[in-house]
Design a protein around this ligand. Structure first.
Ligand SMILES: Nc1ncnc2c1ncn2[C@@H]1O[C@H](COP(=O)(O)OP(=O)(O)OP(=O)(O)O)[C@@H](O)[C@H]1O
Ligand SMILES: [Mg+2]
Length: 399
């Protein structure tokens, strides 16, 4: 189902209870009180969440287990921030420290400049109203209707009934479920359930939305529509989205920055196009492997590491693009350097406007190869990296 966000934040009602709400009055490290401002005035450029030397250990019968081993990390306000890593790397443990569903064993978590470790119970409740959360399995109450599920956090917050009616209607319109007020969750598709989860998470007008594998239970088409909704919520409502996923395509598609966790530590962190274009850590390389265009079997079978001793052959070249310097695979220029070549395989993705991927060319053996170094530097560059992958006897296309 295609979806487009119909409302902007300023078209949502000036929701009295939430416009009047008290800021958290805890003194901050910097003196800032981000939550003092209404969400639509959220300032970009500062970090809405900062982790300082965060350690989480779980005491087990066999001894202490360190799920987080000293995390230092900043999450910029207004960004879509991805957390990836192998199963058990500590992603959920880290995410859950943001609303203190998990309390760090040591270290500090700052949310909007506030060290949330110091909050009392009352302020913790206030903090949690400013942080929405959605889950893989939606966590809807099956005995309550769609309306009642979304209304619940408002009832808990003591919002007057008439205001709840208006707010829930707006939220259901926002997520495209205006005709499902009285439907029970069991009559909804997975994508619709997640939309209810999103509406519920947005009920208290949060500044941050935490998503723990929010699309993992959905088919690819529904995933796309939920990603579109999340993107719109981020861009149009200014809500920072922090998401865990095992689907690298989700990160590639919507995240601005990504952190890779490995055994409770930060393996690497940065802009998605940079990390995906030039992964440094083994864990990142393993996670990104499914995005690679693998060599077709017939090419793999015929590829030799040395040229055939006799007879014509083709040289198989790989041209790689990692997103740096806005370099694009310019086929005209490539064919000038590799005359008579044919494009065998490959593909180029675009991540945050940067070209990523590789092209495989077959070049006849009677064509002398130019100096690859020159073709990968400065204005001359036609690719970030060029290498000979191997040789194929005869001509690949006419065996
Ligand atoms: N309450 C707990 N008690 C003991 N160990 C725990 C507890 N919660 C998590 N762990 C352990 O901490 C490690 C990190 O768990 P966490 O749930 O954060 O991983 P994850 O990266 O989210 O994994 P997945 O991708 O499978 O969801 C795991 O080894 C897990 O077994
Ligand atoms: Mg998890």
């Amino acid at each position: 189902m295609s979806y487009s966000l119909a409302l902007r934040r300023d078209t949502l009602s000036k929701f009295s209870e939430f416009e009047k709400r008290e800021p958290i009055q805890t003194k901050t490290e910097t003196g800032d009180l981000l939550f003092n401002s209404s969400p639509k005035t959220v300032t970009k450029g500062i970090n809405i969440v900062s982790f300082k030397s965060v350690i989480k250990l779980y005491p087990l019968a066999t001894g202490d287990f360190y799920a987080l081993k000293g995390i230092d990390l900043d999450i910029p306000t207004g960004s879509i921030f991805g957390i990836i890593g192998r199963s058990g790397a500590g992603k959920s443990s880290l995410l859950r420290t943001i609303n203190r569903l998990e309390k760090p064993s040591s270290g500090q978590v700052f949310v909007g400049g506030i060290d949330i470790g110091g909050l009392n119970e009352v302020d913790l409740v206030k903090l949690r109203r400013r942080i929405g959360m959605i889950f893989q399995h939606f966590n809807l109450l099956s005995a309550k209707t769609v309306f009642e599920n979304v209304a619940l956090p408002l009832q808990v917050a003591g919002v007057p009934k008439a205001d709840i009616q208006q707010r829930v209607s707006e939220l259901l319109a926002l997520v495209g479920l205006q005709d499902k007020h009285h439907t029970f969750p069991k009559r909804l598709s997975g994508g619709q359930k997640q939309r209810v989860g999103i509406a519920r998470a947005l009920a208290t007008n949060p500044e941050i939305l935490l998503c723990d594998e929010a699309t993992s239970a959905l088919d690819p088409e529904t995933t796309q529509s939920i990603l579109q909704l999340l993107r719109d919520i981020n861009r149009q409502l200014g809500i920072t989205i922090i998401l865990i996923t095992h689907e690298m395509s989700v990160i590639r598609e919507i995240a601005d920055q990504v952190v890779v966790l490995e055994q409770g530590e930060v393996a690497e962190c940065g802009l998605v196009w940079k990390i995906f274009g030039n992964p440094q850590h083994e864990a990142t390389k393993a996670l990104l492997a499914p995005l690679q265009h693998h060599l077709p079997d017939d090419l793999q079978d015929r590829l030799q590491t040395t040229p055939p001793i006799s007879g014509p052959y083709q040289q198989i070249l790989q041209l790689s693009y990692n997103g740096e310097n806005q370099l694009e695979p310019d086929l005209l220029r490539i064919s000038q350097y590799f005359q008579g070549s044919s494009l065998l395989h490959g593909g180029v993705d675009r991540i945050q406007g940067h070209a990523h991927g590789r092209l495989l060319l077959a070049v006849d053996s009677n064509i002398a190869l130019p100096d690859f170094k020159q073709l990968t530097q400065g204005n001359q560059a036609i690719a970030h990296h060029i290498e000979v992958l191997g040789y194929v006897a005869g001509t690949f296309h006419s065996r």
